[in-house]
Write a protein of this length. Structure first.
Lengths: 1028, 443
């Protein structure tokens, strides 16, 4: 048809010059030829292979009724992970496996394919991909009923995926026959579908739809740039939406039961679908940016009745022991590129963390399996998907058994996707979807040659004739008896021609378009000039032509006289591998991955375990001695005992037992001679933004009280160790100050080496970060843009929270109609009003602080503290009368207008006025030297004990944790620092830092640790250099 | 506000100057308010000139090299130190000030700062640090040094009597000026200018921009040399000199070797590249920053490249480095025999923290005497002002501080400050606000 159209266009070309017309004709002819080729090819494919047609579609043209019965004989067949049958036959009929095994008889109607030396495996399933997903987001793909475009749980990849030739070819080349494809964009991105990686009409490629619900912590900019902007915001949106889905179902139930007197709830397809997903226990699948997120996400299962599948990042091994192993893990085989370390200066850029991860990444999967995790593999995350098998083999080389590797690609994904009846093994009745490999697929020689999907063949690599070996010329006359020897690698051939006692090197031998092409210097063979020859090689014979440099053309023929030597070595290797003790030849049971005899030997580095697995990670977590006694120190108790000279402190089971001179210590107590040293409580920083994953501010909205620092704590942060080195033991981690109401804070203790959840100080009362002044009004696009508006939006939020409380009270009393919706934004605000949550308010200027206190008083609550409180000294009496704490810097000022009036004497005046005052850092480096900060207040006249109070007991009081820590008093946590001098001296440093009776930092040990880190880095660097 | 009311335009000047709406107007308004605030406050009153000889009697006087005159007396007249010792002869009419029990030290020298060139860092209108374009050797810091800046008084009250105000932008940022922290005008406040030509070494971290920047540097040097050649030739032949090029004119002292380049560089590659380049160009170099200088301290010592270490208080640049890496840099340089001084922070509000940086180096190994000299005489030597200030020595300016203890200790109070013999008002902005709001509390 199209050809005709082109012709018509030529006819209709009126008014163009002849030249143009001629040109067009030429072009059209060219197009025609290309077109014909494409059509012919398609026809050919159609006629031979048979497109997979929809069963309901009309047949156009002739019907394809080619019989489809195949018998694959003499193959080594791994029918399922760990079960290998030698010299076996596989019979498939009409897309299904009919029989498999060693004694299988070949049906008379089967087309027999001899696979001697080849291996067959069940086809691989990629359980997490975005295969065939559209790149662009169109309007109709975004919810019109849910307020947030990131929520499009209704979106089904089954509806939108398209066959993608290029992607499918790459995936098939790695042995994949099917994939669970997931929509890419959105926080509730939509539902996954399992699709075949074959070609054909979509109706036949879609295996199952609506399989899973995809979640993400990253909003997609393609869906808009609105809320949320941060990881903690996204986490909150996930939680709120799941609550909304539960509510939505209840609301409609209530409405359906009594439509006459119930207001109709909103209609929301996104929530309706989610409610269904929850009810049907559909898996929720979410990608974790590192191993810490696995822990963070797993908490969702505690809160909601959902089943999670977590897609890992490749670093999960770092938390192998502590990760919930009931959650299926989908692991990528994405190993970091080899660090560039040949230049010592470049090598300095590599942290121990990155070097260690480079070394350990290939062991990720096997370590997780060892710890009992269900693991399936994804090809995602590998830069070039064509390297998947290479990476898989590396994992096998590094401890993963072949059985485990195969299971992670076949039976495990099949059963997770509930396709175990059709996929995952080569079993009669299941889909004839399998891999034919040239050898053991886990060995380097095991190339995927074909995959068969539903009984249809997909050639992966055209079998190339190997010209290597020895060939004897039979013509032309002049070359008769000459020997052509070709060796080298397939991609880099070399060799020579020998004629009697003379020999010449082959010049540029290559295989091009299935032809061997080379040149040689004829003179050396007593032929004249330079010769170029080419030939097609078949197993035993080459037919070709040659040309001399004078233009003479001649034909030549050669017969193979010897196979390429290394080929036979391959065969040997293959045979040997077939007897791999890993593979049980009998029944496939009782296998493990320990028999490494046959695998390439990997020289293990045996690096120590580190907690966390980064620079300055400890090789073991600190232990808690039964008793510790610190002797003969100047002890700043910061309690009623004041500062004691030459005193002893006894710690028992992590608590302070007694402080007195010359204590009698229990038997076996660890004795620390602290003569000439000082001991203070562990330092406390009530305002820090370190160790937070993702954005510190949820900037997308003015009120983001639903966000929680708890969800985004980063325990893999070397600054935790550095804070310990400065004597800091406790800190409050805050949301930023971009919003009038920011987020919920978390108090952590610097329990270095523990996971995020174990850093959290569980007893600490919860708090909420609020903010006033320049930061919150800076955005020109959202309310408020003035301090006036700031008051009003706060008031509005407080009113809403109270209304929320009333709504629930009404519901609890009446239990009629539609229940109120749980509102994660209003709940913490209500807690603040009801005194169950501390209000910490970022503020600089006195006017805004007075506004805030009066507003709080109107709603009946107290401000726990103002944060920064630059102008606190201007309203010391007002602060004192309200009972607000003042959290301040010593000397930060003038970096913005509202910071103009910061003064060094702020603490001095506030303390004199009786305001509960604390120093803070708001800056991680500053937080490593809070004792020096305190010394600045001494310069302004604050007493030494109060100065230490500003960084210990006072912040503890402001945070409401003073009954646990902040002073050295009997019964409190043994959080303390041993200093090598007066802690207020600029020449003093922390010698030891203890938390709950465990020593987390020791300056002597630090010296050793610095040395260890240096050596460990050097060992890995040497390992890399030797490898390259 | 005066300049506004004098404008002929009916609208206030700040509106006349902005053709646009709300946004710019708001900014200009902020500027006016800022300027207004400065005019109101204008720092503490500059000290009155020294009218009579003054003797500080009975204090411990700390000399260069570590010698201490215990319970000694130091005498200064007409702004210069005239005598010091156990009981030096006192000139006639000498005012005696009892400082027994106190320590007497030379005023501290801040060897690189934005002090005087910026007030509120987030407000571009209050900041004159970075001229447009990459090559600005001709701009001079002293002419933008704002005598009324509140931060100058704060720094002075904490013992800093000399501060090197330095431009920061582009590749060649301009000329740094050594300024005293007291005076009515920048002319009165100038100690020596220029003390160095500020250069930001193009960082190795970005290869493309680095190549361009180094080319620009080389091009600058070549042009400056061509200019000098042409000038010399004209002088020799007694013909009309080439038309003045302000930039290359400013580079002449650099080419003569009388003005060092203060090159900011931090990584090993950058420092080494700057060293090779300076040698090749035949110019004197002072390294500023020098984060990684510890790794190549021996090279710096052999080539005798002085270092302005800044800052000392900071975290390590690399995860694997020790937590104390930055703190121990001065000690490392000292051990290797590198000439260095300690430069504190760039920030104007943080200028007063100079001694904290020196003290932190002591906490991590540097001997106290070295730390003190790193912010006094050794800074003066690197800046080429050691004949004027930096130690207590007859003939030098009477830049003197009296403290109630070790001046390196953060908790120590600086009780008296003399600059050129003038005794400073120690009621800086902080104290002024403190006293004001104590009144609110007391009422």
């Amino acid at each position: 048809m199209r050809v005709v159209n082109y012709g018509l266009r030529v006819d209709c070309t009126v008014g163009t010059t002849l030249v143009v017309a001629r040109y067009q004709v030429k072009q059209i002819l060219k197009n025609y030829m290309v077109m014909t080729r494409v059509l012919l090819l398609a026809l050919l494919v159609n006629m031979i292979g048979g497109m997979v047609h929809s069963q309901t579609a009309r047949v156009v043209g002739l019907r394809d009724n080619t019989p489809s019965v195949f018998a694959f004989t003499n193959a080594t067949i791994v029918t399922e992970p760990g079960k290998l049958v030698d010299d076996a036959t596989l019979v498939i009929r009409n897309g299904l496996v009919e029989a498999v095994g060693s004694g299988v008889s070949i049906p008379a109607d089967a087309w027999v394919i001899d696979l001697k030396g080849k291996h067959i495996y069940p086809g691989f399933i990629d359980i997490f991909s975005h295969y065939g997903m559209p790149d662009e987001v169109k309007d109709e793909m975004v919810s019109q009923t849910h307020w947030n475009p990131q929520v499009r749980s209704f979106y089904r990849s089954g509806d939108v995926f398209r066959y993608n030739e290029k992607e499918a070819q790459t995936m098939r080349s790695q042995g994949f026959v099917a994939t669970h494809t997931i929509p890419e964009h959105g926080i509730f991105a939509g539902q996954g579908a399992v699709v075949s990686l074959g070609e054909g009409e979509k109706a036949r490629l879609l295996i199952s739809d609506g399989v899973s619900q995809a979640l993400s912590i990253n909003r997609s900019a393609k869906l808009g740039r609105g809320y949320p902007h941060s990881s903690m915001g996204a986490y909150s949106l996930i939680r709120q939406t799941l609550y909304d889905a539960q509510w939505y179902e209840q609301a409609w139930k209530a409405y359906s039961a009594n439509p006459a007197s119930t207001p109709r709830p909103e209609s929301n397809t996104a929530l309706a679908v989610l409610a269904g997903n929850l009810a049907n226990r559909k898996p929720f699948i979410i990608e974790a940016a590192d191993e810490q997120w696995v822990g963070q996400y797993s908490r969702l299962q505690d809160e909601f009745p959902i089943q999670l599948w977590i897609v890992g990042s490749g670093s999960e091994y770092r938390h192998a022991q502590s990760t919930d192993n009931t959650i299926p893990l989908i692991l990528p085989l994405n190993y970091p590129e080899t660090p560039k370390v040949s230049s010592p200066e470049e090598a300095m850029k590599e942290s121990l963390e990155s070097l260690r991860h480079w070394y350990y990444a290939p062991e990720n999967a096997s370590r997780m399996i060892q710890h009992g995790h269900t693991v399936a593999f994804t090809s995602k995350g590998i830069k070039n998907k064509g390297d998947f098998l290479k990476h898989l083999r590396m994992a096998v080389e590094r401890g993963l058994s072949e059985k485990e590797a195969l299971a992670a690609l076949t039976t495990t994904p099949a059963s997770l996707l509930q396709l175990q009846n059709k996929f995952g093994t080569i079993t009669p009745g299941k889909s004839a979807s399998f891999i034919i490999a040239s050898a053991n697929i886990f060995s380097k020689q095991g190339n995927v040659e074909q995959v068969w999907i539903d009984g249809k063949k997909y050639q992966v690599k055209t079998e190339r004739e190997d010209p290597r070996g020895e060939w004897s010329f039979s013509s032309p006359e002049a070359l008769n008896g000459a020997i052509l020897s070709i060796e080298g690698s397939q991609s880099k051939l070399r060799g020579h021609i020998t004629l009697e006692d003379r020999q010449v090197k082959l010049l540029n031998p290559v295989v091009e378009n299935e032809h061997l092409v080379l040149a040689f210097d004829g003179d050396s063979l007593r032929l004249q000039g330079r010769h170029r020859i080419t030939a097609q090689a078949h197993a035993h014979e080459m037919l070709g032509i040659g040309a001399t440099d004078k233009g003479m053309i001649y034909a030549w023929t050669a017969l193979r006289t010897a196979e390429y030597e290394q080929v036979s070595q391959y065969d040997e290797a293959n045979d040997k591998h077939d007897n791999d003790p890993n593979i049980d030849q009998q029944n496939g049971d009782n296998q493990d991955g320990n028999g490494d005899d046959d695998k390439p030997q990997h020289k293990a580095l045996e690096l120590p375990q580190r907690y966390p697995a980064i620079d300055y990670g400890l090789t073991e977590l600190p232990y808690q001695p039964e008793h510790v006694v610190v002797r003969n120190a100047t002890i700043w108790t910061q309690g009623p005992l004041g500062r004691l000279e030459e005193a002893d402190m006894l710690i028992s089971k992590g608590k302070i037992a007694e402080i007195a001179p010359s204590l009698a210590a229990p038997h076996g107590a660890i004795e620390i001679d602290a003569t000439g040293m000082h001991v203070t409580p562990g330092l406390i920083d009530p305002h820090l933004h370190t160790s937070i994953l993702g954005n510190v501010n949820e900037t997308a909205d003015a009120i983001t009280s639903e966000t929680r620092i708890l969800d985004v704590i980063d325990a893999n942060n070397v600054w935790i160790y550095r804070l310990l080195a400065g004597g800091l033991t406790t800190a409050k981690l805050f949301h930023g100050s971009a919003n009038p109401i920011g987020g919920q804070d978390a108090v952590i203790k610097m329990r270095w080496g523990n996971n995020a959840a174990d850093l959290v100080m569980a007893q600490a009362p919860p708090g909420l970060k609020l903010a006033l002044g320049e930061n919150v009004k800076r955005s020109t696009e959202r309310y408020p843009t003035t301090r006036m508006g700031t008051e009003q939006i706060l008031k509005d939020a407080f009113e809403a929270a109270l209304q929320y409380e009333r709504d629930w009270q009404t519901w609890e009393q009446q239990r009629q109609g539609i229940p109120p919706r749980r509102d994660l934004q209003l709940e913490p605000i209500l807690e603040v009003i009801r005194g169950k949550r501390f209000a910490h308010v970022h503020a600089y200027r006195q006017d805004e602080m007075i506004m805030m206190m009066r507003l709080a008083e109107d709603y009946g609550f107290r401000i726990a503290s103002f944060e920064h409180t630059l102008e606190g000294y201007k309203i010391a009496d007002e602060l004192r009368d309200h009972g607000a704490g003042a959290v301040i810097w010593t000397d930060w000022s003038s970096f913005k207008i509202e910071a103009s009036d910061g003064i060094l004497q702020n603490a001095r005046l506030l303390l004199d006025a009786g305001v509960l005052t604390s120093l803070h850092s708001d800056n991680t480096q500053l937080s490593t030297r809070m004792n020096w900060e305190a010394a600045k207040t001494v310069m302004t006249g604050v007493s030494e004990e109060d100065a230490i109070g500003l960084i210990t007991i006072f912040p503890a009081m402001i945070m409401g944790i003073d009954q646990y820590t902040g002073s050295l008093e009997q019964g409190k946590d043994a959080d303390f620092v041993i200093w090598n001098g007066n802690p207020l001296s600029a020449f003093t440093t922390a010698s030891q830092t203890w938390i709950e009776g465990k020593k987390y930092f020791d300056r002597e040990y630090d010296k050793q640790l610095q040395e260890e880190i240096r050596r460990e880095r050097a060992r890995i660097i040497e390992h890399i250099l030797k490898g390259s | 506000m005066k300049h506004i009311s004098e404008t002929n335009n009916k609208k206030p000047g700040w509106i006349a100057n902005t053709r646009l709406g709300g946004h710019r107007v708001a900014l200009s308004l902020a500027l006016v308010i800022t300027v207004f605030a400065f005019d109101q406050a204008a720092g503490q009153l500059p000290a009155p000139a020294q009218k009579t000889p003054i003797a500080l009697v009975g204090g411990d006087i700390y000399l260069e090299g570590g010698e201490v005159i215990a319970g000694g007396t130091i005498v200064f007249d007409q702004g210069k130190i005239v005598a010091l010792g156990q009981e030096p002869d006192l000139p006639e009419g000498c005012q005696m000030i009892d400082v027994s029990g106190k320590q007497v030290h030379p005023g501290l020298i801040l060897s690189r700062t934005s002090l005087g060139l910026t007030e509120i860092s987030r407000h571009a209108e209050s900041t004159d640090l970075s001229e447009i374009g990459p090559i600005n050797p001709n701009v001079r810091a002293q002419v933008a040094f704002h005598p009324a800046s509140e931060h100058i008084g704060v720094a002075a009250v904490h013992g800093i009597t000399t501060a090197v105000a330095a431009p920061t932008g582009g590749i060649i940022s301009g000329q740094a000026a050594a300024m005293r922290t007291d005076g009515w005008t920048w002319e009165q406040m100038t100690v020596k200018t220029p003390v160095g030509m500020m250069v930001n070494w193009p960082s190795m971290s970005n290869d493309e921009t680095r190549k361009d920047a180094i080319e620009a540097l080389n091009e600058t040097m070549e042009r400056a040399k061509r200019y000098r050649l042409s000038k010399e030739d004209a002088a020799n032949r007694n013909v009309t000199p080439p038309p003045t090029d302000l930039r290359w004119e400013a580079m002449l002292p650099v080419l003569e070797g009388t003005l060092p380049l203060f090159i900011s560089a931090n990584t090993i590659s950058d420092i080494q590249a700057a060293m090779l380049w300076s040698e090749q160009q035949g110019v004197n170099m002072v390294l500023v920053g020098g984060r990684d200088a510890g790794y190549i301290a021996d090279q710096l010592a052999v080539k005798d490249i002085p270092v302005v270490v800044t800052p000392v208080i900071g975290g390590p640049a690399r995860a694997w480095e020790g937590y104390d890496r930055t703190y121990s840099l001065p000690h490392q340089l000292h051990e290797a025999g590198v000439r260095f001084c300690i430069g504190g922070e760039v920030s104007a509000a943080g200028a007063y923290r100079l001694s904290h940086h020196a003290a932190a180096a002591v906490a991590f190994g540097l001997p106290q005497q070295q730390a003190l000299e790193a912010i006094t005489i050794n800074a003066a030597k690197i800046l080429g002002i050691n004949h004027l200030t930096g130690s207590l020595e007859a003939g030098k300016f009477a830049d003197i501080i009296v403290t109630n203890g070790n001046p390196l200790e953060i908790a120590t109070r600086t009780e008296m400050v003399f600059i050129e013999g003038r005794q400073l008002d120690t009621t800086d902005k902080h104290r002024r606000l403190y006293e004001r709001y104590m009144m609110k509390l007391d009422r």
